[in-house]
Design a protein around this ligand. Structure first.
Ligand SMILES: [Zn+2]
Length: 328
């Protein structure tokens, strides 16, 4: 029955599109085929279950795609007011990242650095433009606009070498301090941690997960849908050495397309708060929307895709039986 429906839908789509080979269609159909039996909740044919949102002029395009295509946009290293809100200087023009997201109705997730959330902090004075807004004010703005703040540690030091130097408790303390700084702004305990450069020992990761944190990773040990997509946007900042060609937006879209071909239609995209990243966001968002993607915060993403804080992603079964322990 499922197969019959698939053939039927494909045939219908071929009629509607004349099997034009447009990237939207071919990606959707190929992926549906290859993903048959996948556990990804988004992999369903939607000829009968097209959501009301799809009932517009693009119905034929959206109907070809999995019903639940999700993107969690995430940005590390802030809050950086000049990136979020822009400035009069040509180097950091307005609109900033926060305005771009607002304009597109997108709620994103910001992995912020704890030290920035201390009073009277405007960023790194040597490298970052002071636009008269503190990082703390910027964080409060982000919350007011419906974004999510998560933990990128307090110090932003590389955790593995710090663990070697200062022992594992130092790592947990640094993550906890980051969480406390965020909680002081949001009133809520952050649940997700992205270690700087994703570098952390497995012992420290397990320890944090035991404390109720969920540690984001690019490790191939994890299911693809729960693995960060490294945008490589940091290569496009400053002297832009190694910035993906032909453009950052195209390179990210290519990664998304490659994941789609393997049957994955949900993606956590990892970016940084950089002016160069803010500049490509309008184009990237437009392209992803055209592919049928919906944008959610990381918490929503995890709810929909399946991982809960405190679970060890690699061994979800085992962790689920013991239950998460939340930090105090
Ligand atoms: Zn970072």
């Amino acid at each position: 029955m499922g197969q019959f429906r698939l053939l039927l839908s494909t045939a219908v789509l071929c009629v509607m599109t004349a099997c034009s080979g447009s990237s939207h269609f071919s990606a959707g159909i190929d992926s549906n085929n290859s993903a048959a039996g996948s556990q990804n909740a988004g992999i369903t044919l939607v000829s009968k279950n097209t959501e009301p949102a799809a009932a517009n002029t693009e119905t034929h395009t959206i109907a070809a795609l999995p019903a639940n295509k999700l993107i969690a946009l995430t940005f590390d290293d802030g809050p950086r007011p000049y990136v979020l809100f822009g400035s009069k200087e040509a180097a950091h023009p307005a609109p900033g990242l926060a305005d771009v997201l607002d304009k597109n109705g997108i709620k994103a997730t910001f992995f912020v650095v704890g030290w920035r959330l201390t009073p009277k902090t405007w960023g790194e004075p040597r490298h970052e433009e002071n636009i008269g807004v503190t990082c703390l004010d910027a964080a409060q703005q982000l919350i007011r606009r419906g974004h999510e703040l998560e933990d990128h540690t307090y110090s932003h030091l590389e955790l593995r070498s710090q663990e070697r130097k200062n022992g594992e408790p130092w790592v947990r303390r640094d993550v906890d301090r980051g969480a406390e700084a965020i909680k002081a702004v949001t009133g809520a305990q952050p649940r997700y941690v992205r270690p700087p450069d994703w570098i952390i020992t497995s012992e420290a990761r397990h320890d944090l997960e035991h404390q109720g944190y969920r540690v984001l990773t690019i490790s191939p040990e994890n299911p693809v849908a729960l693995r960060d997509v490294n945008s490589l946007d940091y290569l496009c900042a400053g002297k832009a050495v190694g910035c993906p060609k032909p453009s950052l937006a195209d390179a990210v879209l290519k990664q998304v397309e490659q994941r789609e071909k393997k049957g994955t239609f949900t993606h956590i995209l990892a970016f940084h708060e950089l002016s160069t990243t803010a500049a490509i966001m309008p184009q990237l968002i437009t392209e992803l929307k055209a592919r049928g993607y919906r944008f959610v915060t990381l918490t929503e993403y995890m709810k929909l895709v399946g991982a809960k804080p405190g679970e060890t992603v690699v061994k979800q079964q085992a962790a689920a039986t013991s239950g998460p322990v939340l930090p105090r």
